[in-house]
Design a protein around this ligand. Sequence first.
Ligand code: ARG
Ligand code: ZN
Length: 854
Amino acid sequence: QPVRLADYSPFGYLIDSVELFFTLDPTATRVKSRIKFRPNPEATDPRFFLHGEQLTLISAAIDGAPVSPDVTEYGLTCPVPNAPFVWEAEVEINPQGNTALEGLYMSNGMYCTQCEAEGFRKITFYPDRPDVMAPFTVHIDSDLPVKLSNGNPEASDGSLWNDPWPKPAYLFALVAGDLVAHSDHFTTASGKPVDLNIWVRAGDEDKCAYAMDALKRSMKWDEEEYGREYDLDVFNIVAVDDFNMGAMENKGLNIFNSKYVLASPETATDRDYAFIEAIVAHEYFHNWTGNRITCRDWFQLCLKEGLTVFRDQQFSGDMRSEPVERIGNVLQLRARQFREDAGPLAHNVRPETYIEINNFYTATVYEKGAEVIGMLRTYLGADLYRAGCELYFERHDGEACTIEDWLSCFEEIAATDLSQFKRWYSQAGTPKVSATWTRDGDTLRMTLSQQVPPTPGQPMKEPAKIPVSMGLLAGDGTEILPSTLIDLDSPSVDLNFDLAELAGGKAPDHVVPSLLRGFSAPVILDAPLSTQDRALLLAHDTDPFNRWEAGRSLLREMLLEEICARDISAAAEARRRLVWQALKDFCADASLDPAFVALVLTFPSEDDLTQATVDAGVVPDPVLISDVRTEHMRALGSWMQDTLMDFYNAVDPDTPYSPDAASAGKRALRNTALSLLSNPDNLDLARAQFDGATNMTDQLAALSVLIRDGDRTAAKAFEEQWQHDRLVMDKWFMISVASAPANEALNAAAALSQHPLFDWQNPNRFRSLMGGLVANPAAFHDPSGAGYTFVTDWLLKMDSANPQTAARMSTAFETWRRYDADRQGMMATALDRMAATPDLSRDLGEMVARMRAA
Ligand code: ARG
Ligand code: ZN
């Protein structure tokens, strides 16, 4: 029974107010509701259906008179007056038994909620759809010392909360527990004071300072960059250990996976700090893009998510290094979204049908959704983009909107037609842009063409509107054409460049195009650049993204030659020398940001190389890919030893830890050097670093190298040191499998699944172990099929407790068509085994069916 975008119709009733009364009990919580409904003049369907799942109905009444609704597994229907009326109901629920972590559940003795997307229906009967908005009042009866809900507190003991801003049920939240606060204050631009609290378990309060600082910076940034102020007296954040996703933007009461709140230098890495900053900002920014203006239906999810990811990326770019952040975002986009878009799970940024909406909280909706906003801004320019946003906030405040509502604001402000641009929302698949050029005297004739590949259900595509930012470099490295925006809005576009005019004199003998600068569109670029051309871009491009891209493609081509053809010819050898020299020359530029250098020296991942192998028309061998990658890292590491040692020694490891981007960048380069310098015969550096490390970034980097290169003692020492700390042990579970040599990783995973600390129902722990194996492709794709069996067994076990987490992890199988017949057969068998399991969840069932169908 798929849900379809085309079937949207408004609910038959509007809600003037919601009052909820909770009497908390671990296994028998009572929830009373008093809801004021009135007929919706804009609706045509008068049926009164309230969602409700896993609820025991105790009583119901309309205008005080008891009623006996028709109750099914999914909700209830009841005859109602054709006039305003008051609905009252009481239900009983079991938070302790809620292992799906959706609705009201318990985590370490604390009550908490997760309602997006459709969890509120597990709390009480309600029209659980985002276009039904209402102000909420919440009463909480519990002996627990801290009780929180949305909005402003109306009692000093936390027993009464009022949220004046109308909101959909998915933004409802309630927390009760024995918690302590890390508190602070913020004054908004218009002078309104706001109390800020981060609530954690006792003992964790000294790990909240960074998240709090990130929150205050986010509040200020949104005022300055988008003119958005906070709108309640308090802003609460709660850290929870058992959480299906990263965090949740409940109005005035954000709930976070504790890994995205808690940080200390000893326990959190630089990466963790960066994530905390980005996610705190993301959830805060939702207050306007998501909460004040929400989605009409779940097909519009990207309206809030794509936009809010774009906003958090802008924020991180402003707080840190813009090019380094951009490169990081593109690495993620390619690793997760391009992978999704190239396989059976490909879907539109705005999907048109789903069975389980939780399956669409994807890289496509989030990250490609953010790229679409970025392209809109590129086309309009910063000023019109801001003006369009202002119009959107002004016009749609308090409403539940669509992508059409969003785009019309920009069409009006810029007096432009965005209908072709809108195809980014309705066509799945990553467009391919091919560039070709020839020299005709002093003229460079270039053709850019595009092709959007077929995806499930979409065999034919219309041309997309693709912003291609480009420049031209002369053979001596000087830029003769600065960044220029080309609008590739048809199957192909021809361009002519007068090189003599551009160079201001004689046309250079050789020119090198720098295409798709800043990664101006989420496309795959195919450009016939020679090894020398790429080396020139690495050395001289004025666009930092393309400098990095040139270095990365040099590394990738070098590895591919060997992966695809085992090419060890003299020509390949000469090209390899050229690549090495280009990287070494690049490293000699002392003015470069260490974080940027670290990115250039980081080898493409095994998954990246696997896709590149497929794109080259060769069947990938995961073991070969892993071996070639390791060999090349060692070879480059020993050839560049002096340079790398200089990088390594440039950081004094005793400098007091600071999480800022500049310090993190120095550590990133030092640890990248460590990884390249180390090998099984040379582990002294890593051992010394592991033993002497005073922060988790350095300790974990050393541990990863030691595990990779066969040291078995460090992991044991780490375990002993950190067994009391969940978040650190999550890292240990992950790295013990992800970094292990391929021939040991499967055994390691099997042993760890029996470890006393493998609390499989904790999503973080489960993801650490399963994700660790999947992140080690040579082990997961072991020719015996044991990796597939292991993950499948655990997915099925998890599915019976927590379908959402099982379904997300099942994307490990989305690439099954890439491989040889044996592996394809075994992966298909694994998918079929899941499909044939009795009582499989709707979540995992949909994922498996989609993966198998295409
Ligand atoms: N809206 C949240 C965020 O992006 C994600 C929560 C989604 N949760 C879920 N179970 N689908 O910040
Ligand atoms: Zn979000």
